[in-house]
Every structure is written in structure tokens, then in C-alpha cells.
Design a protein around this ligand. Structure first.
Ligand code: HEC
Length: 195
């Protein structure tokens, strides 16, 4: 009788632990669920095996599974992103994102509307767009790109409602950055010429 009850307890424990194992088995599958990233022009699925090797940081893992950038709003990451941007992007996009050879990146006008989401801007950066906008995957690791993106978003001067990388419920409270002088001047010049 005593033995029997012990046996059934063991059986119960075994059954429970199978339950737990099963539950644990489900968790990693969910965490590994990957977002499908696509080339901004062709729509072809991006293969991550060719780019510059970098650490699979928490931010990289999180981004690959959710398309959410953990560096957004992180002062230190933004500072590092600014330095990377100055080296890798500012020659064509301007130091203050005002645009040069390439378009401004801090306004809310996008050639590729998907640039309003973090998934979309990443796809453009990683795999390139047209003409001089080549893929950046050999210049920057994914972690570095996430830093650059955080810098770009921190300088945004467009309308809050077009800031689609911000969760909808937080968008109304979002305060855009100030429009840089260089962009104001370029707009005035453009308006004069197009009168
Ligand atoms: C050699 C010049 C050059 C460099 C370097 C460069 N870009 Fe570009 N970029 C361009 C041009 C030109 C376009 C317009 C391409 C098009 O319309 O297809 C562009 C387009 C883009 C767009 C799409 C803008 C829109 O309105 O849809 C994004 C985003 C972008 N670049 C981000 C970056 C970032 C971030 C970097 C640095 C990691 C970078 N670019 C480096 C020239 C450059």
C-alpha cells in the first residue's frame, strides 16, 4: 500500500515533468520565431550568412525575432550610432540627416514607405536600394546597424503619426527632434526654385 502510493507519486512526478519538458520545448520554438526580412526592391528573402560578422547581441536576437530595436531611446547606443553614421552614411545623407547625394533620413518623406518601420529601414540598409545606395552589410554588423537606426530615429523631425516604428499607443506623446538648419535651408532653396 505504502509502496503503491509512492509509485503513483513517482508516476505523477514523471507525468508532471513530461508536462514541464513539453512546455519548455514550446518556449524556445517561440523565441526562435524569426521575422522574414526582404530586399526593399526585389522582395527576395534576405540571407544573413554573407554580411560582416558581428556579435549576436541580445539586441540582434531580439530584432531578428520581433523587428523591434532595443537601442531606440538608449542614449549610449544613440551616441555610438551617431559615430557610425558619421563614418558610414553622412557622406551621402548629411551629418544631420539633411540629405545630400542621398535623401534626408530625418523627415517623414520616404521613397520607400517601409522606411517608416524599423524592419523596413533595416532592410534598406542591410540589402541596399537603388543607384548609390548599396548594401551596407559588409560595412556594418547587424548590431552596428541597430545603433545607426537608433541614432536616425532619435533625430527624426517629422510628424509623430508617421513615426511608425513607435508603438501606436506611444506615438501621440512622441516629441520629434528639431529640424536641422541644413534641411531648412535646402527646403527654402527647393521652394524658391519651384515657385
Ligand atoms: C554612396 C552614397 C550612400 C551611402 C554611403 C549611403 N547611402 Fe543611403 N542612399 C543613397 C542614395 C543615392 C539613396 C536613394 C536610393 C534609392 O532611391 O533607391 C539612398 C537611400 C537610402 C534610404 C532610403 C530613403 C527613402 O527615402 O526611402 C535609407 C533608409 C538609407 N539610404 C540609409 C542609409 C544609411 C543608414 C547609410 C549608412 C549605413 C547609408 N544609407 C549610406 C546613398 C548612400
Amino acid at each position: 500500500m505504502k509502496n503503491n502510493s509512492k509509485f503513483s507519486l513517482n508516476k505523477l512526478a514523471a507525468a508532471l515533468s513530461i508536462g514541464v519538458v513539453t512546455a519548455v520545448g514550446v518556449i524556445p520554438t517561440q523565441a526562435e520565431a524569426q521575422v522574414t526580412f526582404r530586399n526593399a526592391i526585389s522582395g527576395e528573402v534576405i540571407d544573413f550568412s554573407f554580411g560582416k560578422k558581428g556579435e549576436e547581441t541580445e539586441a540582434v536576437k531580439h530584432f531578428k525575432s520581433t523587428a523591434e530595436n532595443l537601442y531606440n531611446g538608449d542614449e549610449e547606443a544613440i551616441k555610438m550610432g551617431e559615430d557610425l553614421f558619421a563614418t558610414a552614411c553622412s557622406g551621402c545623407h548629411g551629418h544631420n540627416l539633411e540629405g545630400k547625394l542621398g535623401p534626408a533620413l530625418g523627415d517623414d518623406y520616404w521613397t520607400y514607405t517601409q522606411g517608416r518601420t524599423d524592419k523596413g529601414i533595416f532592410e534598406i540598409m542591410y540589402d541596399g536600394a537603388r543607384s548609390m545606395m548599396g548594401p551596407q552589410r559588409n560595412n556594418l554588423s547587424i548590431d552596428e546597424m541597430l545603433h545607426v537606426m537608433a541614432f536616425i530615429r532619435s533625430s527624426y523631425w517629422g510628424k509623430p503619426e508617421n513615426a511608425l516604428w513607435i508603438p501606436e499607443e506611444q506615438r501621440a506623446e512622441f516629441e520629434p527632434a528639431e529640424m536641422p538648419e541644413e534641411f531648412k535651408e535646402a527646403m527654402e532653396e527647393f521652394n524658391k526654385r519651384n515657385k
